[in-house]
Design a protein around this ligand. Sequence first.
Ligand code: ADP
Length: 596
Amino acid sequence: MNIRTQLTLTYIGIVVFVMLGMYFIFESTLKSLFSDQITNELEIQASLTREFLLEELPQKQNFTYGIIDGLVDRLAESGKVRLTFIGEDGIVWGDSDRDGQSLIEMDNHLNRPEVQDTIKDGKGLRNRLSSTTNTEFRYFTLPIKRGENLIGFTRVAMPIETVNESLSKIRKTLLFVSFAGLVLVIIITVFTTGTIVKPIKKLTQMTQSVASGELTTPVEVNSTNELGQLSRNFNLMTDRVQTQIDRISLENQRLETILNSMSEGVLLVNGLSEITYANPAAIAMLNLPENYVGRALIEINRIPQLQELVRNAEKTQELAFSEIRLANLNESEAEVTVVPVPSQSEYVIVIHDVSKLRKLERIRADFVANVSHELRTPLTSIRGYTETLLTNGNTKNKKRKEFLVKILKHSEGLSRLVSDLLELARLETGDVELKRTQCHLKDFHQQVLDVFEPVLEDSGVTLQWEIQEDLPQVSVDSQLFMQVFVNLIDNAIKYTPDGGVITVSAEANGTNSDAVNEVVVHIQDTGIGIPSESQSRVFERFYRVDKGRARKMGGTGLGLAIAKHILLCHNGRIWLDSELGEGTVFHFALPIDFPT
Ligand code: ADP
């Protein structure tokens, strides 16, 4: 049922209810008013009749039907009422409705209720069916007395029909007025509801078109009342929504353009690892079919590592990163990052194809390795010949000897550089085959002492070895691993002034859970420290904080880069804390259960 019908029916209901109520109240009030008036009239008539009959009635012994009925008939002529004279013994002597034989045959009226009431109370009023005329009458009876002697009763009666007739006339008028009022109210209601409902209808149509995405046509505002205000607010609201939609779609367009033009692949997967979005680069990299949306990642691209990475991000709710080989034609190498979007339980996968980069890196490493290799033989010859000249040649010429010492020193430096470069190239290209054995860190103590004892004595720096015996063992290539200790302790000695202390300590740690899963080693010195802006760069090749000083110290600038790569080969990590002028701590961590 629409609002208009509802309003109209409600109004009509109210009006019908009110009018019916008024009708019944009016009718019952009128009825009782009429009734009272008729009773009054009957009483007056009865009194007048009594007065008249008292004057005109002969003595009892002279009562004849003819005389008394004649008197009664005369009296009744002027009014619409029925008059009856009843003797004190109940005999009806005169009645305006009966004559002759029918009067004589009338019942004795002494037991009529109104007559009995009159004997008891002095007057009688009754509404009842007349057994004589068989119609309903209102009777009013008064006693007629001469002195103390009751000579009879005068009874005035009016048919109730007369009352009902008058009432029905009034009822008809009332009904007509009510009906006319009702029609008028219906017309007014239909018109008023029309004016109220019209703007609501318009608003409804508008909301329907808004719901179907049409926001541009505003609602007409014709009034200043609440509905007008509502329409104005609605227009404002649709305006705002349209502006927001425009802004969002512009941003969407921008985002789409960015995603489409990216060389990195971007994928969106839900909590069930089903793909919800993929940009063109991702489609190409993973060879996704056309109907990839809603399909499981593993189902359409069989790269278990990718699945594993998503699972890791899901478990930790943190960024997961790995380098994996894609299952496409070129078996491209790619750096893959999975970022959880917690609010939507979705995961953004960013795939960066690094095949070209890796290829270039390999070319560079190969080139460095080749050059280093080519330099190694002549350098060995230079060193050999210089050493021979120094030991066997003419050493009396001071200048000659000085030059030969310099040549030897520089060629040794160059040899160190070449072998460091070769080492680094081997580590970077993954050409090293790790010869892992279970080692205890304490085993490296003696080897370290063997290498550094003479240097420590010269430099006046103390080395404290504080590695406990009960540490878990680690699976490492001990020769390579020794290189890490050598490079770090060598640096610590080089950059710690006389009287300084170098402390080597270690402990077992848990990273992801409470279980112990890595051993962390700390090499702390009381040296010059590293400025904060250089701390993140010291692991780069050839990076030195103070170039002149480092060169004088005989460093190649590759020591930390080599240490970092050895640790990476062992799945470990290296980092540092340093305070300028206070000292530096290098930390490195090694997993205990290194996967083979
Ligand atoms: P180098 O052969 O020059 O020592 P490294 O790669 O071993 O090259 O170190 C890089 C640079 O880091 C060094 O030149 C030096 O400036 C800085 N460095 C390394 N270790 C320390 C240390 N323990 N204290 C202060 N500076 C250091």
